[in-house]
Design a protein around this ligand. Structure first.
Ligand SMILES: [Zn+2]
Length: 203
C-alpha cells in the first residue's frame, strides 16, 4: 500500500453506517453506534477484521443517539473520543433523547480529546490519515464532516437538498458547497449507499 493511502470499511448495523478509516493498522471509527449496542459493534468489528485496539480514536459526525451512543463504552475499552470544539455543548443534550431501557453509557468530559477544526489535519496526520475535519452545519449545529485528501468525504446526516425538513436550506447548501470546493468527490453518508458527489447536492 502506498504511504498515505487509506482504506474504508463499513461496520454498521440498524440502518446506520459506521465507517472505519484505516491507514494500515492505524484506524479511526467514524460514528459510534447506538446506545447499549457494544456487543453488536464488537461482533461487526471482528467480522470485518478490525481489532478494537487498533482504533486510535472514535469521532461522531454529530451527537444524535445513533451516531455517538457508544462513545463512552469505547473510552472504557481504551479508545479515546475525538471531539470538535463546536460539538462540546451538544454532548450533554444527547442524553435527553435516550430512554433508560437503551442502556446508554453517559459520555463524561474526562478523557475526551477536544480539538478545533484547524487542528484536525495535524491530529489526523499523527495517526497516518491524510485529511481534515470540517464544520458542516445544516442537519445540526454540531455536525462535522471528515474529508480525506483522496476526495472521500464522510458527511453524517448532512441533508440532500431534495430531502430537507427543518433544516435551513442556505446553511445546508453552504456546507455542501464548501465540501465540494475543498475536493469532496465521494460521499460516505451515515445512512444509505456511497455515492458520487454532485455540486448540486445542496442545490
Ligand atoms: Zn442526526
Amino acid at each position: 500500500m502506498p504511504p498515505g493511502s487509506t482504506t474504508i470499511v463499513n461496520v454498521g448495523y440498524r440502518s446506520t453506517n459506521y465507517w472505519v478509516v484505516s491507514a494500515g493498522r492505524s484506524r479511526l471509527l467514524l460514528d459510534i453506534g447506538w446506545p447499549g449496542s457494544m456487543g453488536m459493534m464488537r461482533a461487526n468489528l471482528k467480522r470485518m477484521d478490525v481489532p478494537l485496539n487498533e482504533i486510535r480514536y472514535t469521532l461522531a459526525t454529530h451527537y444524535h443517539i445513533d451516531h455517538a451512543g457508544l462513545a463512552q463504552d469505547f473510552k472504557l475499552a481504551g479508545v479515546p473520543l475525538l471531539v470538535l470544539d463546536v460539538q462540546v455543548e451538544a454532548i450533554p443534550v444527547m442524553k435527553t433523547w435516550i430512554k433508560p431501557a437503551d442502556n446508554y453509557t453517559e459520555i463524561m468530559p474526562e478523557g475526551n480529546v477536544v480539538i478545533s477544526c484547524a487542528e484536525s489535519r495535524s491530529v489526523l496526520e499523527e495517526i497516518g490519515i491524510p485529511g481534515e475535519i470540517l464544520h458542516t452545519p445544516g442537519h445540526s449545529e454540531d455536525s462535522v464532516s471528515l474529508l480525506l485528501d483522496d476526495g472521500s468525504v464522510f458527511t453524517g446526516d448532512l441533508t440532500h437538498a431534495d430531502h430537507l425538513g427543518m433544516e435551513d436550506p442556505a446553511v445546508v447548501a453552504a456546507s455542501w458547497r464548501m465540501l465540494w470546493e475543498r475536493g469532496g468527490r465521494r460521499v460516505y453518508p451515515a445512512h444509505g449507499p456511497v455515492r458520487s458527489m454532485d455540486p448540486k447536492f445542496g442545490k
